[in-house]
Design a protein around this ligand. Structure first.
Ligand SMILES: [Zn+2]
Length: 145
């Protein structure tokens, strides 16, 4: 709860206080797309930004935003690090070759600097191998709709 409050305070300072949310809903199609792209990109990582909006304290993720050179075999996230977030982008998703969906140090640095909600999909690239995190790397639950 302390972190939620901090998020609120930071949000007010940064003018992003409309990004406060209690729940995350992700459209089924978005999950399917993430799974498909992760499989296609393997053994490389893919990375995309998440598109969506917050309404009634629910963060709704409705689509993916791809960037130039969105597939890389070396730290896809670091390339996105240099990109400005678009107005509607709330966070990111990227894949990990291997079975570890925990954020790396570079991932955590990225999470802290961009957006409020981040997903990592690890092998075997199924719904169950997706983990989601907040800006601090804490696990966040989400619901598919
Ligand atoms: Zn990563």
């Amino acid at each position: 709860m302390i972190k939620m409050k901090l998020n609120n305070i930071l949000g007010k300072i940064l003018g992003t206080d409309k990004l406060y949310f209690e729940e995350v809903h992700i459209e089924d199609e978005v999950i399917d797309e993430i799974i498909n792209i992760a499989k296609e990109s393997y053994p490389n990582e893919f990375v995309a930004l998440l598109e969506g909006r917050v309404e009634d304290e629910i963060l709704n993720i409705s689509g993916l935003i791809f960037l130039p050179s969105d597939v890389s075999n070396e730290g896809a996230v670091m390339q996105v690090f240099m990109q400005p977030l678009t107005l509607n982008s709330l966070g990111s998703v990227h894949s990990h070759p291997g079975y570890n969906a925990s954020p790396s140090d570079a991932d955590l640095e990225f999470f802290a600097s961009k957006g409020v909600f981040h997903m990592i999909i690890a092998e075997p690239y199924t719904r169950d191998s997706i983990r989601a995190y907040d800006s601090w790397g804490n696990v966040v639950n989400f619901r598919t709709i």
